[in-house]
Write a new protein. Sequence first.
Length: 207
Amino acid sequence: MSVEEDYLYLDAPNITDKYNKLIKAGMLFMVLGVVMMVGAFLYYESRGVYDKDTQDLRQMLPFLLTIVPVYGATLIRQAISGKKELFRAAMNGLLFDHQGIKGPVALLEGPIATRLKDDMKQNKFHITWDEIKEFIVEPVRGKRGDAPPYYKIPLKGGDGSMHSCYFILREHFKGSEDKIMDYIKKYLGDDQIILNDELVTSKTGQS
């Protein structure tokens, strides 16, 4: 097999789920916000608040509540923008080959993802094997599961902080983690691969 043919590609079929959730949340905030604004206006109007010549904080409340639907609209814009960037990336999964690890920015979380997406206007990432200090399999973090499981990839020369690490979401590749480990062992040493969580493979079917 030639070098060009030596690769592992794993599809991420549910990659758009987070955008769909953002859209639903945004719509909920917009509906609730409008209901709250109208409700507050009608309530205070029935109380004669708007008939007073003097200014009253209650007169301003319906207008202050516009922040709720505006926040909802912001979530929807973020989701639509994320879907557009994923479409432009023309890549719906994770690719491992002789050069390194590639994928759409939609698979990343953390500061590097934000920098690639917002500052550098990129929709794909590429980490070469020479850049990788370690490949760490991390479990859910936080008392309430605030942080999902990641593949944490600290970069050589970095300080080990979140700003010098890639965080690839594991949730899309459950059932294939044994394949990932088998492949990266071709390019990374055993001391570079750290398992802080049990692998989810096609055989185990669970964490």
